[in-house]
Design a protein around this ligand. Structure first.
Ligand code: NAP
Length: 316
């Protein structure tokens, strides 16, 4: 049997990386095998991946030597950072730099960097349409990732830059699900006006990444934007109402109101939605679902995701 090509996956116990590992494992006769990176090889999630056939190895993206060990011998590396674990763009920059160096030194042949736009290219800090945050960012959890792209290009790595979309799982885990207002009615609050929000099942982001590795050379040097469907918030509440069997309304708050919600990261997310709203043509255009479907024919729509997941959405 020919030796399989190893894909080393950062964030393997998480959403994007987990989707990629499961996609690779779902084709046991395929050309690739999954090496799952985790800080804790004994966690339940790590053990589950091992029992499904992944090679599970210890690595911490804050420790470049551990990443080098984990990338050694790999054909591909999937690189992602975890903004919401620390809320520090500078940490994402350092981690991206460490992963790029590790990929260079180990001679990985195809690297995917799960990045996002540096929104300051559209909205320089001098632009007063939204506040500058942390002194030098507009959307900190986007800008740090976009700024970090240069670490990969400067080392002339064989790159594909992946732009993913709003996970529909945010309705389950991220406090963005329908909440009861003073009138007792369920509503989702989002400053999107009548503009479309590209969304995706996070599992599909990983499945598409597998599609990128399978296409290989064709996608090296390219940026690939992913979404499962692009819907306005009004269209999302129609689908939610149908799936939940109770009315959900759209509370079209202003970005200012959203930023003032006061939960950690509300200002960052308020700016993020405003960026998506005000640059809809660019943002949606960069994430054509046809591209994602060509990489992952089983790509879910919002309705198909809801059919599997509506029951998991907490109704506050
Ligand atoms: N939510 C959205 O809609 C959305 C959309 C687009 C992009 N994003 C971006 O996606 C990124 C997160 O990706 P995700 O959602 O796939 O992550 P996730 O589900 O939160 O995954 C977290 C995993 O990352 C691992 N991890 C955390 N810190 C680590 C470290 N220092 N070294 C190695 N592994 C570490 C953990 O694994 P172990 O505990 O096993 O080590 C954990 O299981 C964020 O930066 C976010 O901005 C999110």
């Amino acid at each position: 049997m020919a030796t399989k090509k190893i894909i080393a996956v950062v964030g393997a116990t998480g959403a994007q990386g987990g989707g990629l590992v499961r996609a690779i494992l779902s084709e046991p006769k395929g050309e690739y095998t999954a090496r799952a990176l985790t800080r804790d090889v004994n966690s339940d999630k790590a053990r589950a991946l091992a029992s499904q056939g992944a090679e599970v190895v210890a690595a911490d993206i804050d420790d470049v030597q551990s990443v080098k060990r984990a990338f050694k011998g790999a054909h591909g590396a999937y690189c992602v950072t975890f903004y919401w674990a620390h809320y520090k763009p500078e940490k994402e920059l350092a981690e991206a730099s460490a992963m790029a160096k590790a990929a260079r030194e180990t001679g990985v042949e195809h690297v995917i960097w799960s990045t996002l736009e540096d929104t300051r290219k559209w909205l320089p800090l001098s632009d007063n349409r939204m506040p500058t945050l942390m002194g030098k960012y507009k959307v900190p959890h986007f800008d740090g990732k976009g700024e970090a792209d240069h670490f990969f290009t400067e080392l002339r790595l064989p790159m594909t830059f992946q732009l993913t979309s709003f996970y529909w799982e945010n309705l389950i885990y991220f406090g963005m699900g329908p909440k009861k207002g003073a009138d007792g009615k369920l509503a989702i609050a989002m400053p999107m006006g009548d503009k479309k929000l590209p969304g995706i099942a996070s599992e599909d982001s990983g499945r598409c990444a597998y599609g990128i590795f399978k296409k290989g050379r064709e996608l090296i040097g390219k940026t690939v934007g992913l979404s499962g469907e692009q819907l306005t918030a009004s269209q999302m509440v129609v689908a939610l109402t149908r799936a939940l069997g109770q009315e959900v309304r759209y509370n079209d708050v202003s970005p200012e109101t959203y930023r003032a919600f006061g939960f950690p990261g509300a200002d960052d997310l308020g700016n993020m939605f405003q960026f998506k709203r005000d640059f809809e043509a660019y943002y949606c255009g960069a994430r054509d679902p046809k591209v994602a479907r060509s990489l992952n024919p089983a790509l879910q729509t919002f309705d198909s995701w809801l059919a599997q997941n509506a029951k998991r959405i907490p109704l506050g």
